[in-house]
Design a protein around this ligand. Structure first.
Ligand code: 13P
Length: 260
């Protein structure tokens, strides 16, 4: 059977949770829970805190686990006087494959803007990794009817400078801010509507081939009980999971929503 154009990607964003010792157990348990059908149907990535990356890498590489390693952020420069920052070169050395860029928590709490996000996305690609660029509207913006304009503006500016081939190879996560950590997920119709808008915009700006292969995740209160309906939306190619990914059983159950 030919590979589907867009292989689903389920990513666990651990945020500021799980220390490096706990990481070993969580990764091993997740690998144990994932069936061959699960890993045949979807790519799975985990995004631990920086201090846990080396532990996760060691377990994944030594046991050849079917899990990709991801990071939650990086700087755009390779090295230099940037106290407290982590370079994409350092992440690539740890066999990191995916890097979340422009998460709404960083945009809102750390002042990241679209220009920084586009620099980071370019730096991730320059180091052989794949960016997961996050976009999404606030509750006020949704209620004001500006979701499409806000998200389109974020996509256009955050991907500025990327080539059509890069956009076609990347991942975009639509994460409505009002759905993150609130228990209130978007409906599958909401997720599909915005994913469709993003894919159409990518087609206009970067061409039809990029639009056909870019992977669009939905994120915001994805759980085992709502994953199947959200992931069934035709333009939704995976999920970026926060809280539910801290429990390996929960993340595996979300992956199983694709394989079953
Ligand atoms: P929750 O799944 O906890 O709502 O978090 C979503 C998220 O921000 C993933 O990046």
């Amino acid at each position: 059977m030919p590979e589907p154009a867009r292989r689903p990607l389920i990513s666990g964003n651990w945020k500021m949770n799980i220390n490096h010792l706990e990481t070993i157990q969580v990764v091993q348990k997740l690998a144990y829970r994932l069936t061959p059908a699960d890993t045949g149907a979807a790519d799975v990535s985990i995004h631990p805190p920086f201090t846990s990356l080396r532990s996760a890498q060691t377990v994944i590489d030594s046991d050849e686990l079917p899990i990709s390693l991801g990071a939650q952020n990086c700087h755009w420069e390779a090295s230099g006087a940037f106290t407290g920052e982590i370079s994409p070169v350092m992440l690539a050395k740890l066999n990191v494959r995916y890097v979340i860029v422009g998460h709404s928590e960083r945009r809102q709490m750390m002042g990241e803007d679209d220009v920084m996000v586009s620099r980071k996305a370019g730096a991730v690609f320059a180091n052989g990794m794949v960016p997961i660029v996050c976009v999404g509207e606030t509750l006020d913006e949704r209620e004001a009817g500006t979701t499409a304009a806000v998200v389109s503006g974020q996509v256009a500016a955050s991907l500025d400078g990327l080539s059509p081939a890069q956009v076609g190879a990347m991942v975009l996560a639509y994460e409505p801010i009002w759905a993150i950590g609130t228990g209130r997920n978007a409906t599958p119709e909401d997720a599909q509507e915005v994913a469709g808008i993003i894919r159409a915009l990518i087609g206009e700006r970067w061409g039809a081939p990029a639009a056909a292969t870019v992977r669009l995740q939905y994120g915001g209160s994805v759980r085992p009980d709502n994953a199947a309906e959200l992931l069934a939306a035709p333009d939704v190619d995976g999920a970026l999971v926060g809280g539910a990914s801290l429990d390996p059983d929960g993340l595996a159950a979300i992956v199983a929503a694709i394989s079953q």
